[in-house]
Design a protein around this ligand. Structure first.
Ligand SMILES: Nc1ncnc2c1ncn2[C@@H]1O[C@H](COP(=O)(O)OP(=O)(O)OP(=O)(O)O)[C@@H](O)[C@H]1O
Ligand SMILES: [Mg+2]
Length: 250
């Protein structure tokens, strides 16, 4: 199952969610691949200390049958990565002249998808050709939303773009919304989140990720929350998310 973690809004917890979801699924003995599709490379930094020899640019630009060559192991059992480096910015430009440029990631992952229980794609906060590739490749979109003013700005455009790329209707898209950086002080109840989401409320996951200093500290340390502080609230909330995502499948 390929999950694209995406939202055109920046800083809503896409990378934190990708990293912790991928680590948590792998910890459940489900072979998992995390694909870093953001030139910022924040997810990559959590798993690799040295610049990688091969990265997601190779995955996208080479023949799909070569996909396996761009996959690197991590220190976590059952977790592999396709890393991002700053080459990726240029890759997005180079893709503009290629035919079927939105389908390249999908084709490449098609060659390795059977080897993994889950593939988690961390998207950049830009609705450009890289995100288009993720939207085409994904079985499900996981959209982190931080409650507050303008929380769902851009959501309709994201979904319309995904539907157009996939030749589907928006209502038929498989997408789920994850509340991130939830603050009981300002949002008070989950009912308020539902109000905020309007017609998208039916897609809201039950799991909620609270705003927590431990998650922020884990990110600063470049580590998944489970590795940084396994008993922290953040780690536990992401563990519940993994469980819920696992149930989506059955
Ligand atoms: N639940 C949380 N509680 C507290 N801080 C968080 C939480 N989730 C993420 N953060 C912090 O918020 C910032 C943005 O998070 P993150 O990088 O995951 O967002 P993003 O959507 O991937 O951002 P970008 O759009 O730049 O890719 C980071 O500094 C991170 O440490
Ligand atoms: Mg990010």
């Amino acid at each position: 199952m390929i999950i694209a973690v995406t939202n055109t809004k920046g800083g809503v917890g896409k990378t934190t969610t990708s990293v912790n979801l991928a680590t948590g699924l792998a910890a459940r003995n489900l072979r998992t691949l995390i694909v870093d599709l953001d030139p910022q490379g924040h997810a990559t930094r959590c798993f690799l200390t040295e610049p990688p020899d091969r990265d997601v640019t190779d995955l996208i630009m080479e023949k799909p049958s070569q996909a396996e060559r761009s996959i690197l192991p991590t220190d976590y059992e059952s977790l592999d990565i396709v890393a991002a480096t700053d080459r990726l910015t240029e890759t997005a430009e180079l893709l503009q002249t290629r035919i079927r440029r939105e389908e390249r990631l999908s084709k490449a992952l098609g060659h390795v998808v059977d080897e993994y229980g889950y593939i988690v794609v961390d998207c950049p906060p830009v609705l450009g050709v890289l995100s288009y590739n993720a939207l085409v490749a994904a079985d499900t979109l996981l959209i982190p939303v931080q409650p507050g003013v303008g929380a769902i700005a851009g959501l309709d455009q994201l979904l319309e773009t995904a539907a157009e790329l996939r030749d589907e209707e928006v209502e038929d898209l498989s997408y789920r919304i994850l509340t991130t950086m939830f603050e009981i002080r300002t949002t008070r109840t989950n009912a308020m989140v539902e109000d905020l989401l309007g017609r998208h409320r039916t897609r809201l996951l039950r799991s909620i990720i609270s705003k927590s200093e431990s998650l922020n500290q884990a990110n600063l340390a470049g580590k998944p929350a489970v590795a940084f502080a396994a008993s922290s609230r953040g780690a536990q909330e992401y563990d519940l998310l993994c469980e819920e995502i696992g149930r989506l499948r059955s």
